[in-house]
Design a protein around this ligand. Structure first.
Ligand code: ADP
Ligand code: MG
Length: 339
């Protein structure tokens, strides 16, 4: 399994309203592995700190129990390991390796969607570890019930312990993250510059860091002062890119991904239930996030009549008011599309 990143410790993690709960849950698990929540299931968008938190759990457990074996692995690595083990007839050692750890941290579990053999193997790994009361921590870009194409028995196990989401940081948290980061790089970051970055870079923390790194590199390479004017100039390109236009294609792609469908299925004439709802959501987003007219949207969704598009838009609009999950999903899609 991969090494833990030494930077991903609790001390370097800034908390705010969006991640407080996930952070507290992670601390609880780190302090008392297998005694609190098992599994701990963390979910949230890209760059929200899931990997950071799960590795922080690993570091803490390791520090408190040096004899514990901790395995951090992405679900892709798990899949590749398994494929290789099958090919070279090494399944016994594969199982031995994953079923004897004290703590299994498995990242980006959404990537085992559609991989039946991997799911089967992971199911048994999960059971073996859980029965021996070994701690499991799972990270995902979405909650278990939205993991389309992952078999039910596995999905339901993901709900056995505690599920904690991470929402995007607010402005104050973003500023605090930047200041913490600058501090650890021994850089002076004026408050107005931190505020400028935080309010102009989308919520993704990784991009926030990227902007800071670029700014620091620029001023150290040119010997210039790290001030607001430099920041505006250096980050202009990044900021312009962010206001990119949302297209119907990007909406179709995001919705297909979200529901485990192919883009062609969303665009096709097929009216099976599994596809109609995702398609209605996609048409709804197309209406709200692009300039496209109803007939144009209809055309791009398999030649639908504009009244059909309108009906979908109204339906989702209405459903959104009472359906919290749908509302959250729409917010998430909107953010990732236009962020
Ligand atoms: P995810 O796994 O959710 O995509 P990561 O854990 O890889 O996100 O986080 C992306 C980057 O942002 C990492 O460098 C991480 O250290 C940093 N980061 C994210 N959230 C925080 C936070 N709350 N405090 C400090 N750093 C953070
Ligand atoms: Mg990650």
């Amino acid at each position: 399994a991969a090494q833990l990143n030494p930077k991903y410790i609790f001390d370097n993690f800034v908390t705010g309203p969006g991640n407080q709960f996930a952070h507290a849950a992670s601390r609880a698990v780190a302090d008392r592995p297998s005694k609190t929540y098992n599994p701990l299931f963390l979910y949230g968008g890209v760059g929200m700190g899931k990997t950071h938190l799960m590795q922080a759990i690993g570091h803490t457990i390791k520090r408190n129990n040096p004899e514990h074996s901790i395995c951090y692995v992405s679900s892709e690595k798990f899949t590749n390991d398994m494929i290789n083990s099958v090919r070279y007839d090494k399944m016994t050692s594969f199982r031995e390796r994953y079923r004897t750890v004290d703590v299994l941290l498995i990242d980006d579990i959404q990537f085992i969607a559609r991989k039946e053999r991997t799911q089967e193997e992971f199911f048994h790994t999960f059971n073996a570890l859980h029965e021996q009361q070994k701690q499991l921590v799972i990270a995902s870009d979405r909650p278990p019930k939205e993991l389309a194409e992952i078999e039910d028995r596995l999905r339901s196990r993901f709900e056995w312990g505690l599920i904690a989401d991470i929402q995007p940081p607010d402005l104050e948290t973003k500023v605090a993250i930047l200041q913490k980061k600058a501090e650890s790089e021994r850089t002076q970051l004026p408050t107005d510059v931190a505020l400028f970055i935080a309010s102009n870079i989308r919520s993704n923390v990784r991009e926030l860091e990227g902007a800071l790194i670029r700014l620091v590199a620029y001023s150290s390479l040119t010997g210039g002062e790290l001030n607001l004017m430099t920041a505006q100039q250096v980050l202009k390109n990044i900021i312009d890119q962010q206001t990119r236009k949302v297209t119907i294609e990007s909406i179709q792609k995001a919705c297909a991904e979200q529901f485990g469908l192919r883009i062609a299925e969303i665009k096709a004439k097929n009216n099976s239930r599994a596809i109609v709802y995702p398609r209605q959501i996609a048409m709804y987003l197309a209406k709200h996030l692009t300039e496209a007219s109803l007939p144009e949207i209809g055309r791009q969704f398999g030649g639908k009549h504009h009244t059909t598009v309108l009906h979908s838009v109204d339906k989702i609009d209405e459903a959104r008011k009472s359906d919290k999950d749908l509302n959250r999903l729409l917010n998430k899609l909107t953010e990732s599309l236009s962020g």
